[in-house]
Design a protein around this ligand. Structure first.
Ligand code: ARG
Length: 481
């Protein structure tokens, strides 16, 4: 061992190499480096102001920490893998730089509250980035909706033709799903945005610290309320893992659909060459690998949610080393999700809709049957009875190989004497779409409304994210002053 652990005083000998190897978290928590130093800067400024450590020591620590930030930015900060984590690395480097005064930094805190604080700061930035990316994807969907308010395709239930809808309605459905995903991330963000620093190891501290000051300096809404809770809970981790899983599930469903929509059988869309791959043996192939990988990677993101929940199950108060396992899988999952959202943007924005194929598909499968039943209802027939009449007419069409709109008035007369000439106008596919103008329906008036709503939701988030980013930026600048 080249360095001693922070806690070596009580131990007669050093720890075995294998103990360090097994317990180290440096490979993962080095991602927290910047936030660790920011947390330390906030902490030492507070120690100084509350006169817990001498002013000149505090100033030396501040200068040392600033040097470390500069080293990190230049790639000069060397990680020492004989030290178990990023907190230890920063503290050792500080002492190397400024001497024994560095040892005063850890007054009134513990790595338990330190790591809980660092990780929340890390996740805040990840969440803000993910939310911005989701909103960019929503923009792509809105653009599709604007361009395709009148492009009709079959709407499906049970994968069977159900009722005609528009491409606008279809992609707005995804836009609203993603809008809720982004909101869920922001909800988790707001609940997570309290500062555990100063909870110390578990019970608070005897020093007259000012937790409100450190919370504010680090851009949190305030300090956490209970020290034991602060160091023991990772519910914010579970919430974010869930928000990530749900978003990834939405992307996976969308991917699955694009995969079969681009098959020869469907042919509803064609993906741009730039975002597809070929086959090493079959020259004709153009494969939707990106969407397949988005679908495929969903397993590991959902697995992370289970991982996080089970890791916490049955943990007694307060800090237990199990909690160290809260980072790697979630960090990886958030990276994965971000990549999936980001690549989905160009995949979708370059997609070509084969509107003729969609239109042709709509003509099959008696997709206007509900509209014929609705027509009968307007003529005074109870819906249940109308349903039966139309069912019989569909049966007749299947047997005679006709479409509902092909039936003559005489043929219609076999099923109901309420059917007149006006029926033909009511069951055209375009009318089926345009007449569905109930709130949230597929008519173009309704999708125009929905576009405004989803943009409004996005703008609210955009403003929140902008303000948070600005606040965090200002905090870092102030701490580094
Ligand atoms: N590496 C630990 C974690 O990520 C933080 C250090 C706390 N260690 C301890 N022995 N109390 O949770």
């Amino acid at each position: 061992m080249s360095q001693q652990a922070l806690w070596s005083g009580r131990f007669a000998g050093g720890m075995a190499e294998s103990t360090l190897d097994f317990t180290t978290s440096l490979e993962t928590d080095s991602a927290l480096a910047f936030f660790d130093v920011m947390g330390s800067l906030a902490h030492v400024r507070m120690l100084k102001k509350c006169q817990i450590i001498p002013e000149d020591d505090a100033d030396r620590i501040i200068e040392g920490l600033k040097t470390i930030v500069a080293e990190m930015e230049n790639g000069e900060f060397k990680l020492d893998f004989s030290l178990e984590d990023i907190h230890t690395n920063v503290e050792f480097r500080l002492t190397e730089l400024i001497g024994p005064a560095g040892g005063k930094l850890h007054t009134g805190r513990s790595r338990n509250d330190q790591v809980a604080t660092d990780y929340r700061m890390y996740l805040r930035e990840s969440v803000l980035e993910i939310v911005s990316s989701i909103d960019a994807l929503i923009d792509v969907m809105v653009k599709i909706a604007q361009d395709h308010g009148n492009t009709i395709l079959p709407g499906f239930t049970h994968m069977q033709h159900a009722q005609p809808v528009t491409v606008a309605q279809h992609y707005l459905a995804y836009a609203f799903k993603l809008s809720r995903d982004a909101d869920r991330f922001m909800d988790a963000y707001n609940r997570m945005n309290k500062c555990p620093l100063g909870a110390a190891a578990l019970a608070g501290t005897t020093y007259p610290i000012d937790r409100k000051m450190t919370a504010k300096a680090l851009g949190f809404n305030g300090p956490t309320e209970n020290s034991l809770d602060s160091v023991s809970d990772r519910d914010f981790v579970s919430e974010i893992a869930f928000a990530a899983s749900q978003t990834q599930i939405h992307l996976s469903g969308l991917s699955e659909e694009l995969i079969y929509w681009s098959s020869q059988e469907f042919g509803f869309v064609e993906m741009d060459d730039k975002y597809t791959t070929g086959s090493s043996i079959m020259p004709q192939k153009k494969n939707p690998d990106i969407t397949e990988l988005i679908r495929g990677r969903t397993g590991s993101v959902i697995g992370t949610l289970m991982n996080m929940l089970v890791m916490q199950k049955g943990l007694p108060l307060s800090y237990n080393r199990d909690l160290q396992e809260d980072k790697k899988a979630l960090m990886d999952s958030l990276d994965c999700l971000l990549q999936c959202v980001n690549i989905m943007c160009p995949v979708l924005s370059t997609i070509r809709f084969n509107t003729d194929r969609m239109r042709a598909a709509v003509e099959n499968g008696f997709i206007n049957a509900t509209d014929l039943a609705d027509y009968l209802v307007v003529k005074g027939i109870p819906f249940r009875e109308a349903h039966g009449i139309v069912g019989a007419a569909v049966r007749y069409c299947i047997d005679t190989d006709k479409k509902l709109e092909d039936l003559s008035l005489e043929e219609f007369g076999k099923f109901s004497d309420c059917i007149g000439e006006d029926v033909y106008n009511c069951i055209t596919v375009d009318m089926c779409v345009e007449r569905r103008n109930s709130l949230g329906g597929t008519s173009s008036a309704s999708t125009d409304e929905q576009i405004l709503t989803v943009i409004e939701q996005k703008m609210v988030r955009y403003e929140n994210v902008r303000q948070e980013n600005q606040l965090l930026e200002a905090c870092w600048n102030e701490l580094l002053e």
